[in-house]
Design a protein around this ligand. Structure first.
Ligand SMILES: [Zn+2]
Ligand SMILES: [Zn+2]
Length: 268
């Protein structure tokens, strides 16, 4: 069992020291985890804390490696990349020796769908469509990543009265464009389990995963997006079973940006 999306207190919005997360993950029976600390740029300027302290991150990781860990621990990054600053994000990915890079759309224009303001004056459909179009814009120009993070991120935070789950058929054209672009570029998609308590599904949703597989995609990673040590590994066993039921044959880990394919029947 692997968890390929975890934030330690190096990320501006997470709370647990890396060492505590490793201990917790080992106790839960995880075999491998990957830290994916936030590296965001505020498109409106001002929120510098959402960036990453690279030197501190390297020091913490190197310390973990030197002291030894009971499970495999990789060093990754969650880039909040967006089209207008694609070259800066690509330079960051190239400048560091990370194992794994997630490309996560965290902004639509200058707004973050985490905050209620993003949804003001929009139907749920309009808000989700805008978000998906923004991912498309990013993926057309940004290529320095391994998997597309949490396709469907606004469904975690939508507070309106309509059902918050992404329904594939309502956004089929734009979702297909995202998935086809990722596949054409040799990239994977992330199955993020943090939405399960709210939507009873992952982001990307099961429907999106099925479509990715149908279109010929092969690279899937699974992550809890834990921001506390106790959340590492959340919902991952049931998600692996679901992926197998959807027809997925493999789940990937990464080492130095290269995917390693693990047969799903051996993991569930
Ligand atoms: Zn994210
Ligand atoms: Zn995250």
């Amino acid at each position: 069992m692997f968890d390929y999306h975890i934030h330690s207190d190096i990320s501006f919005d997470a709370h647990s020291p890396a060492r505590e997360i490793v201990a917790c993950a080992a106790q839960k029976g995880l075999k491998e985890i990957c830290f994916t600390e936030h590296m965001d740029i505020d498109p409106a300027g001002g929120r510098e804390e959402i960036g990453l302290d690279f030197a501190r991150y390297d020091a913490v990781y190197q310390n973990l490696m030197a002291e030894g860990c009971p499970i495999a621990v990789k060093q990754g990054v969650e880039l909040g990349a967006f089209g207008d600053r694609a070259e800066e994000f690509a330079a960051i990915a190239r400048a560091h020796d990370y194992d794994f890079v997630i490309c996560s759309q965290h902004f639509v224009g200058t707004r973050d769908p985490y905050y209620p303001e993003f949804y003001e004056g929009k139907t749920m459909h309009e808000a989700y469509q805008e978000y998906l179009e923004e991912i498309c814009k990013t993926l057309r120009v940004f290529k320095e990543y391994d998997v597309v993070g949490h396709i469907g991120y606004p469904s975690k935070y939508y507070r309106g009265t309509e059902p918050c789950k992404f329904i594939y058929s309502e956004f089929a054209e734009i979702i297909d464009e995202i998935l086809k672009q990722a596949i054409a570029d040799g990239k994977g998609i992330e199955i993020n389990t943090s939405s399960i308590p709210k939507t009873d599904d992952t982001v990307a949703t099961s429907e999106m995963v099925s479509r990715y597989l149908e279109l010929g995609g092969e690279i899937l990673t699974v992550g809890s997006d834990a921001h506390w040590a106790a959340d590492a590994g959340n919902y991952i066993p049931q998600t692996l079973k679901k992926l197998q039921a959807l027809g997925a044959k493999y789940v990937c880990t990464f080492s130095k940006r290269q995917p390693i394919f693990h047969s799903l029947p051996d993991l569930v």
